[in-house]
Design a protein around this ligand. Structure first.
Ligand code: EPU
Length: 293
């Protein structure tokens, strides 16, 4: 008897996760499951609970570093049609957790709905963006979320209103709740103005950060209160430092770029070096923004 008896159609063993992350690093998932609807997702969670299997939800892997040994548990991928739909009802937009966030932002521009254009250039799925309250200099997603639909670890569906999500800087209090859909409340605006704002923010990011096509996971560390991780790592002279085939970006010191042949270990070691040097120089303890599985 296997934990996934009867779920063979949606469950595979030993699936390389490097193909699913921006870093394209790391080993396999012991199990990789693609539920086709909420019912199947609830079933998967119940079985993980029963069999005491660790699980993670994978979006587009834009903020995740998978260790070289892989992940010894169940990776849940919400990529089916039931989880990727987007629709509009007036100023409200509903998007599945697996929907592509940058595409959603562009669709909102086409609908002349303002708000999310401030998040231009943030990669990932809707679920990932919500879960970590993604954002940048021009705001965070929390400002535009009305509610999220979640499945809890017991497989129960619930709605969490914005005030119940516990949004703080790059964090939510969702815990083991899996986002399956988000509802955004946006503001009607002028199409040209919104588009110009989107393009200006996009260009600014392009000029100050490594290319979005490059192998990074965005910012490695959260900004500490009152300062910037990028500024602190730059100030200790680490820009351009290489370890194996990974490098602290020469463009922005809070990014670690992976080159061909890099291992997840190379990235982890460089992040540790940056953390140690910044602590030695300033006493500030940097905290990871990326998720290391
Ligand atoms: N800085 C340096 N050296 C560097 C990088 C930055 O001195 O190598 C200085 C800059 O000059 C600036 C300050 O540090 O004075 C902040 O830099 P920046 O404006 O680039 O913003 P950031 O705080 O480093 C944040 C988000 C980014 C987001 C940008 C732009 C965090 C951890 N990072 O970066 O988000 O793209 O604003 O909106 O909050 C991410 O979350 O993965 C991410 C990349």
């Amino acid at each position: 008897m296997s934990w996934c008896d009867g779920l063979e159609a949606i469950c595979r063993a030993d699936v390389p996760l490097r193909d699913y992350t921006w870093y394209r690093l790391g080993g396999p998932a012991r199990w990789f499951v693609e539920p086709r609807d909420e019912h199947e997702l609830a079933e998967v969670l119940a079985r993980c609970q029963q069999s005491e299997l660790a699980w993670r939800v994978l979006g587009h892997g834009a903020n995740v570093l998978v260790p070289d040994a892989g992940f010894d548990g169940v990776v849940i991928h919400l990529a089916g049609a039931a989880f990727t739909g987007v629709r509009r009802e007036g100023n409200v937009v509903l998007a599945g957790a697996g929907a592509d966030f940058p595409k959603l932002v562009k669709r909102c521009l086409a609908w002349k709905l303002g708000g999310l254009e401030g998040l231009a250039g943030i990669p990932g799925t809707v679920g990932g963006v919500i879960r970590m309250n993604a954002g940048g200099r021009y705001g965070e997603v929390a400002s535009w979320v009305r509610e999220v639909r979640v499945i809890d670890r017991r497989g129960q569906i619930a709605t969490r209103r914005a005030g119940e999500i516990g949004f703080t800087y790059r964090h939510t209090a969702l815990g083991d709740d899996i986002v399956v859909r988000a509802t955004f409340l946006l503001e009607p605006g002028d199409g040209d103005t919104l588009r110009q704002r989107f393009q200006a923010i996009w260009r600014e990011k392009q000029s100050s950060q490594p290319a979005l096509t490059g192998r990074t996971a965005g910012c490695i560390f959260k900004n500490p209160a009152g300062d910037f991780a990028g500024r602190l790592i730059d100030a200790v002279g680490l820009k351009g430092t290489r370890h194996g085939e990974a490098e602290i970006s020469t463009r922005h010191a809070n990014f670690i770029v992976a080159y061909p042949g890099a291992t997840a270990r190379d990235v982890v070691d460089l992040a540790q070096l940056a953390k140690d040097r910044v602590r030695d120089a300033s006493g500030i303890e940097l905290e990871l923004e990326i998720e290391v599985w």
